[in-house]
Design a binder for this molecule. Structure first.
Ligand code: CDT
Length: 306
């Protein structure tokens, strides 16, 4: 059976505060049409793709920013994307802010199959940044104020003829994220991100943002024998410059497609899911070589104990 999947990584440029959902969904549909012309079966959009990255501002009363959150997926604004994708027979992965019926706020990605069926929702597990207002920063990264950590492990679902997992932005910096999915036989990990270039707690890292982005996703792909698709919302959004450099990475760890711009841009690759076995069946044959009896600290301990 042929398991080559044509994937489009649909990078977005900035979404400014005054851009409407309708404007944004039109951009998503435009990228979808480019993907259709390129023969893609799956399109991956960024984290929090529908709005500006609002955790850069601190607002004490969360109910005052309910407009940034989706109460259903699809909802009235996103239904045209779902409809057009199903008409074209293209699946997609989309990041958005979720407000549940019982009042929980999550940073979420949805995976939708080619027939329009929702396969799964994944809620970001590693929430970076800070809980309180930090007025000395040039801009905030108050994700820990706006979102609860997702309650479920990074999952893997049968979809697109393979085993597909999801992670969101900061999740990609943590090896546990990949390994939890690797142990479920993941073959393709989809990841949206918003990564400001300036990192206030240690600005010496600013110049390394692109290096660290590639470093973690390439090593995560290789060490778990999986494809990884990392998709940015990049460029200068409300005065804050964010990393672009979206890319598609093979199970070898090699980058096979990378963004050339910081704007709306589709990059594509034909991803052979059978290529994963070259790694998971050899060097990273987990069942043969792992030593879980020696890894108890990974789950038994949170911080450093010396
Ligand atoms: N969105 C997101 O998770 N961004 C973080 C920024 C660094 S922590 C302030 C990231 O890991 O890219």
């Amino acid at each position: 059976m042929n398991r080559v999947l044509a994937i489009g990584a649909a990078q977005m440029g900035p979404v400014q505060r005054d851009h409407t959902r309708k404007d944004v969904v039109e951009r998503l549909v435009d990228l979808l049409h480019q993907a259709a012309a390129a023969g893609c079966e799956l399109v991956v959009y960024p984290e929090l793709a529908l709005t500006t990255f609002f955790p850069r501002w601190f607002v004490e009363d969360l109910t005052a920013v309910d407009e940034y959150y989706e109460r259903s997926m699809p909802g009235p604004d996103t239904q045209p994307l779902f409809d057009e994708a199903a008409r074209l027979g293209i699946g997609f992965c989309l990041g958005y802010a979720e407000l549940t019926a019982d009042g929980h706020r999550y940073n979420t990605q949805v995976l939708v199959e080619r027939d329009g069926r929702v396969v799964a929702q994944y809620r970001k597990v590693h929430i970076p940044g800070h809980e309180q207002h930090e007025p000395d920063r040039p801009f905030q990264h108050a994700e820990r104020h706006y979102f609860e950590p997702g309650p479920d492990e990074p999952g893997v679902w049968p979809a697109f003829g393979g085993r597909v997992g999801m992670m969101i932005c900061n999740d990609r910096r943590w090896p546990e994220t990949y390994r939890v999915m690797g142990l479920q036989g993941v073959e393709l990990i989809l990841c949206g991100y918003n990564t400001p270039i300036h990192y206030a707690p240690d600005p010496s890292q600013d110049i390394l943002q692109g290096f660290h982005n590639a470093l973690v996703m390439q090593s995560g792909a290789y060490q778990n024998g999986t494809w990884v698709v990392g998709v940015a919302k990049g460029g200068v959004e409300e005065g804050v410059d964010s990393l672009a450099q979206s890319c598609i990475i093979a199970p070898s760890g090699q980058i096979v497609a990378q963004a050339l711009t910081t704007g709306d841009e589709l990059m594509t690759a034909r991803c052979d899911l059978d290529w994963c076995r070259r790694y998971t069946g050899t060097l990273f044959d987990f069942d043969r070589y792992r030593r879980p009896e020696l890894y108890g600290r990974i789950t038994g301990q949170r911080g450093v104990e010396s």
